[in-house]
Design a protein around this ligand. Structure first.
Ligand code: C2E
Ligand code: CA
Ligand code: CA
Length: 946
């Protein structure tokens, strides 16, 4: 109740009710009827009162007249003649005096007379007029003006009261009493009494006053009742409005998205003091605190410290009355420490009375707005930063041929040399004028292409700057469409990309040219080939690959720069042959290629290659650089893809390096070479299978015996690897070993060979041949493989063998490579107990002089020496010298490829230790080898432990 009272009070002060605005429900018809009825009844009442008074007055007047009339003696009146003669009669005089006395004594009678009739006319017989009056009435005087009503008593014999009648004396109401003859009862005269009409009516009116008062009171009462009813309705309506307003206020208070709180100075007003509606739910929600939380909190406690000083200043002005309220954007601190941005309005509350400390606070959560303002400011800021740092200009233009600019950023000046204003709305120049003419149409077409698809625009073109220079620019943009999907404008940026274009040009150069020689590179050739491959050609085409194989050794000997210079020299020598139809490329460090288009015959092509070979030989032979020239004629019917094509011509050049005696051989890639390559590929597959398979697959060993001259006994066997393939048959080691080396499959295959060979000697050992050894060929790849020595030892230990029974043959040519390193490995192996032999001695680069340094036990003189042994004069051979020199270093000597008994004889004579060759035996399978040993044993009985 208290709350409600307070509220109404508060509202009355702030928002006084206007009853005019309140609708009172009442029916105007009812009201009208009520008023009419009351008036009617009042009228009726007055009417009847009037009539009653009139009747009372009439009957009273008539009774008075009748009683007065009875005073007159009818026999006297009967005596009157109605003429002057009557004056003489004493009865006349008596009658007259009676009348005068009557009038004088009886109020309110003004006059009285007796009328008679004569000759059908009314005449005066006697009246109450005193003798000596100004106009005395005489007997017999005729009444001219009298109405018919005066005759009525004569006719009816009844007393009559007239309506007001006017004569020369005034207005009268007359009572007419018939005077009858005592005998005959005939009316002989009429006694008339006159009452003043004015007095008559005034008397009546006086009588009406109380009635009038009653009616007026009734009207007053009705009015009062109506007024009270009206006020009641008004009150009801006001009540209804109040209830509605309260309900509305409640729901608004609870649901309005504005926080409302009533504050008392710096604290929040609570339920107990002013009812419950002091803080609404939205206020609680915005500041993140409940009404209870706010009980012991001042608004200053939960205001963001940065906003507090400004607010306190405003609040002080408000409190002191200098301002009527204030609005500000401020932050409140929520309990979790976060802050919420609000728009706050403070205004006085209940200010109609004495100065109240209460005020109302309205809050709006503007966090989202602030955030979006912040992000808008941020985006505006970054936009301006972006625009000011944009390496070019930003624009908005019409989609027209002139590219009419609606907006153009300041960057225009730096990019084009023109001030932005000069281009706005084509003021001095249109942007189209700036575009280099050959790009104009393409630019237009590109926009026309992307706009219907609503895709981003990107185009690179050149413009003319104000100082007539060309400049590369990149335009990025997009169409702006209206609601109908029509292009309204174009927006985008145009940037200077001249640096990038220059870089691209350089990169293209680097990508397509060899920086050292200035020749086009492999990528260029590949590109050209693929372009030409994809279009019909009427010319014959060929690629010639020049492969300088041995530049590596030049580098090793003379250094990198020397080789580079040599390559440069070669490039310029080769360029002499370069024409439009014979383009020269540098495809790799030490490789060149000609791409020849439109040559005549293959012979012509070969002729060209010969000339090139001649030039190269002339230039490079003194440098000990050789190479090969590979030729590939492109079959336009079935062209290889570029990669294959270049690979094949490279293969041809490598083939050329390895074939023939000339420094620069020429090899045409043809069907034979192709089949060779196929075979190589096939062998490779076989080798992979062997390397990866469980057992030995097609791999097996043959053993060639070695004869010791001293004991004339077989002292050992050389294990020679063989591969038998289902498709290719028996593959010789000279074919598959290089392939295995190239693919490094020789490493796993090598271990398999070693194991097999060791098993062979182990079997011999078991068979009692304890001194027989086995020699295994080891390729350089195996030798240099990390952990080779360890792995070898492992195998030897697994088989419980003595390493001294295992001879390792390393071909002499490998010493041309990393001599030191190889020698170190050999030393390791030798230390481990293995027996090391230099195979094919005399064919490689190792000189006899170095032999002493090598960590080897034995030299195997190559078959080549024996082949050239002049059997007629064997003393001229150097074999003897080699043997004696080897012996000096403590190395034993084995001669290989002994086919002839004379050779054996000679070797024996020279002191050679051992021999191997067809003369003794071809390589044998294991069984035959054992058989040979057995036969020798039974023949020479040389088995050390039979
Ligand atoms: P190499 O080590 O010089 O082997 C000797 C080669 O000469 C063998 O050829 C052998 O059959 C042949 N030969 C022996 N005596 C005579 C003769 O009196 N007259 C003629 N004309 N030839 C004779 P093969 O077996 O074809 O081996 C060729 C080469 O293959 C071997 O030359 C060796 O370098 C390599 N090789 C063979 N097996 C292996 C192996 O297991 N590992 C490695 N790395 N290379 C091997
Ligand atoms: Ca050998
Ligand atoms: Ca050999």
């Amino acid at each position: 109740m208290a709350r409600r009272r307070n509220m109404v009070k508060g509202q009355n002060m702030r928002l006084p009710y206007h009853t005019a605005g309140v609708k009172i429900q009442r029916s105007p018809i009812c009201l009208g009827a009520l008023i009419v009825t009351v008036f009617f009844l009042g009228g009726l009442y007055l009417h009847f009162s009037w009539r009653r008074y009139t009747q009372d007055a009439s009957s009273q007047a008539m009774m008075v007249a009748q009683s007065l009339g009875s005073v007159l003696h009818s026999e006297h009146i009967a005596m009157f003649s109605g003429s002057m003669k009557d004056l003489e009669l004493p009865e006349y005089d008596q009658c007259k005096k009676s009348l005068i006395r009557l009038v004088e004594t009886t109020n309110p009678i003004h006059a009285a007379n007796v009328m008679g009739q004569r000759d059908g006319r009314l005449i005066l017989m006697v009246d109450s007029e005193a003798p000596g009056s100004a106009s005395p009435s005489l007997p017999g005087q005729v009444y001219d003006q009298t109405d018919d009503v005066f005759w009525e008593p004569f006719r009816s014999g009844e007393t009559i009261l007239t309506d007001p009648v006017t004569d020369r004396r005034g207005e009268w109401i007359s009572a007419l009493v018939p005077i009858k003859d005592a005998m005959s009862e005939a009316v002989i005269a009429v006694f008339r009494v006159d009452y003043s009409a004015a007095e008559w009516f005034s008397h009546l009116r006086a009588q009406m006053i109380p009635d009038l008062m009653i009616v007026l009171c009734a009207f007053g009462l009705l009015g009062a009742l109506l007024f009270i009813g009206d006020q009641r309705s008004l009150l009801k309506a006001l009540n209804r409005q109040l209830a509605f307003d309260e309900a509305l206020y409640h729901s608004v208070f609870d649901q309005v998205p504005v926080g409302i709180a009533i504050l008392n100075d710096k604290s929040f007003v609570h339920q107990s003091e002013f009812g419950s509606m002091t803080i609404n739910p939205m206020f609680e929600k915005i500041i993140g605190r409940t009404r209870q939380d706010l009980e012991n909190v001042n608004w200053t406690d939960i205001t963001h410290p940065e906003d507090l000083p400004a607010e306190l200043e405003q609040f002080e002005r408000f409190r002191s009355g200098d301002s009527s309220g204030y609005t500000m954007e401020k932050r409140f601190i929520r309990p979790d420490g976060s802050s919420v941005w609000t728009n706050m309005l403070i205004s006085p509350f209940l200010s109609g009375e004495e100065r109240s400390p209460l005020h109302i606070c309205l809050l709006e959560d503007i966090t989202v707005r602030r955030a979006s303002e912040e992000s808008f400011r941020e985006s505006e800021r970054s936009k301006s930063v972006l625009l000011s740092h944009l390496p070019g200009l930003a624009y908005r233009c019409h989609y027209d041929r002139q590219w009419t600019m609606q907006f153009i950023s300041d960057g225009c000046l730096e990019l084009t040399g023109y001030a932005p204003e000069s281009l706005l709305y084509n003021k001095e120049h249109s942007f189209n004028d700036l575009i280099v003419p050959e790009f104009r149409e393409a630019l237009w077409m590109e926009w026309a292409r992307i706009l219907p698809q609503r895709r981003p625009f990107r185009f690179e073109y050149e413009i003319y700057t104000a100082d007539h220079m060309r400049k590369w620019v990149l335009e990025l943009g997009q169409g702006i469409y209206n609601a109908h999907g029509e292009v309204e404008a174009l927006e985008g940026i145009i940037m200077d990309i001249s640096d990038r274009k220059e870089m691209e040009r350089r990169l293209r150069y680097i990508g397509e040219y060899d920086s050292w020689t200035g020749l086009r590179n492999r990528a260029y050739l590949e590109n050209l080939l693929s372009v030409d491959n994809n279009r019909p050609s009427i010319h014959k085409r060929a690629v010639v690959c020049i492969n300088l194989s041995s530049t590596q050794s030049v580098t090793t000997a003379f250094g990198f720069h020397y080789t580079l210079e040599l390559i440069k020299k070669t490039a310029s020598a080769l360029e002499e042959y370069s024409t439009d139809s014979c383009m020269l490329f540098k495809t790799y460090e030490n490789r060149f290629a000609y791409y020849i288009r439109g040559y005549g015959t293959q012979a012509e092509l070969l002729q060209f290659c010969e000339s090139v070979a001649g030039t190269l030989e002339h230039l490079l032979m003194p440098e000990r650089v050789g190479g090969g020239i590979g030729v590939l004629e492109i079959d336009d019917e079935h062209p290889y893809d570029v990669d294959q094509l270049l690979k094949k011509v490279l293969i041809a050049s490598e083939k050329a390096i390895n074939s023939g005696d000339r420094e620069f051989e020429i090899c045409i890639y043809d069907a034979m070479l192709e089949s060779q390559i196929d075979r190589e590929h096939q062998i490779n597959l076989e080798l992979s299978e062997i390397a990866l398979g469980e057992g030995n697959g097609g791999l097996f060993l043959q053993y060639q015996p070695i004869l010791d001259f001293q004991s004339d006994q077989i002292c050992g066997f050389e294990a020679l690897a063989r591969v038998r393939s289902d498709t290719l048959g028996l593959i010789p080691p000279l074919e598959f070993i290089p392939i295995a080396e190239k693919t490094r499959l020789i490493i796993p295959i090598g271990y398999k060979i070693i194991s097999q060979a060791l098993l062979f000697v182990r079997n011999l050992l078991v068979g009692g041949y304890e001194t027989v050894s086995v020699a295994v060929n080891i390729s350089i790849i195996q030798l240099l493989k990390d952990g080779f020595c360890d792995r070898l030892m492992e195998i030897v230990h697994e088989m419980q063998m003595d390493p001294s029974r295992v001879h390792l043959e390393i071909t002499e040519s490998v010493f041309a490579g990393d001599y030191e390193k190889i020698n170190r490995v050999l030393w390791q192996l030798k230390n481990a107990g293995f027996h090391i032999a230099i195979d094919d001695f005399g064919t490689g680069f190792s000189s006899l002089a170095r032999e002493g340094e090598l960590n080897v036990d034995c030299l195997k003189i190559d078959k080549h020496f024996l082949d050239h042994l002049p059997l007629a004069q064997p003393d001229q051979s150097i074999i003897g010298d080699i043997i004696s020199m080897a012996h000096k270093f403590g190395h034993s000597v084995v001669a290989e490829g002994v086919e002839h008994p004379l050779q054996k004889q000679y070797l024996k004579k020279c002191g050679c230790d051992k021999m191997q060759g067809y003369l003794l035996s071809k390589p044998l399978d294991e069984e035959s080898a054992v058989g040979l040993l057995q036969r020798q044993g039974s023949a020479g009985n040389s088995r050390s432990n039979p």
